[in-house]
Design a protein around this ligand. Structure first.
Ligand code: KG4
Ligand code: ZN
Length: 344
């Protein structure tokens, strides 16, 4: 059981109720119930609405995952849940459910870090992670460059955004262009019809020596550019704005990630988080890694955005590495540090 544990993963840090079931590194089920439509008219996730939706979706989504996997609750060897970071009320629903399942089934409970789970998910698709690897983790709440030796050990942060997360910038730019929420997928789609060199948006912090990034100035530059067009009574070339904005984001992210690999002498780069679903980010990372002789790994887009399989994948690795489980007093920690893989 230790090497190929059957693990239930519960993810409720934001607006997706994700339930995954993994045996060892084999994905058996990945059921997601999203409340995104309930948030769309507010232009962002409303925490109370998300918490209630998790509560309603939890039991049916677990049932759906069990059915897909062809297993029963009694077969489970462990339960893993996102303990943080994320929305406190939303996390609490998942943590409470995980405690109930673990207690009732008398199996170990692992309260895990959402960011480490975004890293671990790639084992389901591409097998054991290269050790070490640099991870570019880009989502709606985080943009980090991490040095990862072993995903069950503390992750080493190399740099992060100093203001907005990459996904947040996508969502804000989409909002000002009237593209709805979440904006990343819409910008990604429209950008395929635009010219990425049409507008020279700024690349903040591109040339400094740190591994930090900044997207707040870029977002403001896009807003000013669009306002100027509108004030002049000219049509806004939305596809060109999307393509040029997206290029500015992925240019800086991929340049810093490749530099981190080179300067740290690391031969592998892993992409993770919702923004890692972005077509141009994957393409440019592929080109720059190939040119630098770096091996690139990225989970398929459906495993980049939030899901329960990533939590189950990390839980499975923790069981296999014989890491001590969390206690049943496990808190939800909305500000959980990126270095902590398991919450006690
Ligand atoms: O990892 P994730 O599902 O949730 C968080 O942990 O935040 O990431 C969600 C973020 C949103 O900001 C969304 O707009 C962005 O990922 N996103 C994308 C794409 N798909 C999702 N951004 C750019 N291109 C995409 N294809
Ligand atoms: Zn996430």
């Amino acid at each position: 059981m230790i090497d190929e544990p059957l693990v239930l993963g519960i993810e409720t840090s934001c607006d997706e109720t994700g339930i995954g079931i993994v045996r060892g590194t084999t994905l058996l089920a990945d059921a997601v119930a999203s409340s995104v439509e309930q948030h769309a008219r507010f232009g962002g996730v409303v925490p109370e609405v998300a918490s209630r939706a998790h509560l309603e979706a939890m039991v049916p989504t677990v049932a759906r995952a069990l059915e897909t996997a062809g297993v029963t609750l009694a077969d489970l060897d462990a339960v893993a849940v996102t303990a943080g970071p994320g929305l406190q009320g939303a996390l609490l629903v998942g943590v409470a459910a995980a405690k109930a399942y673990a207690l009732a089934l008398d199996v170990p409970l692992y309260g895990v870090n959402h960011l480490a789970a975004h890293v671990a998910v790639d084992v389901l698709e591409h097998g054991p992670l290269p050790e070490p690897c640099v991870v570019l983790l880009v989502s709606g709440g985080h943009s980090s460059l991490l040095l990862v030796d072993d995903v069950t050990h503390p992750l080493d942060p190399l740099g992060a955004t100093v203001d907005d997360a990459a996904g947040e910038a996508f969502d804000k730019v989409a909002r000002l262009l009237g593209l709805g929420f979440p904006g990343g997928p819409a910008v990604d789609r429209l950008a395929t019809q635009g010219d990425r060199e049409a507008i020279a948006f700024p690349r903040s912090m591109a040339r400094d020596a740190s591994y930090d990034v900044s997207f707040s100035g870029l977002k403001t530059a896009v807003a000013r550019w669009v306002e100027a067009k509108q004030a002049a009574g000219e049509p806004v070339p939305v596809a060109d704005v999307c393509a040029s904005f997206q290029e500015a984001v992925v240019d800086v992210l991929t340049a810093k990630a490749v530099r981190a690999c080179r300067e740290r002498g690391v031969g592998s780069l892993l992409l993770g988080g919702g923004v890692a679903a972005n077509r141009r980010l994957r393409e440019l990372a592929g080109q720059r890694c190939a040119a630098a002789g770096i091996f690139l790994r990225a989970p398929r887009p459906g495993l980049c955005t939030d899901n329960g399989a990533m939590v189950a994948a990390l839980g499975s690795r923790l069981v296999a590495a014989r890491v001590a489980p969390s206690s049943l007093d496990l808190p939800a920690d909305s500000a959980m540090d990126v270095r902590d893989v398991v919450c006690r």
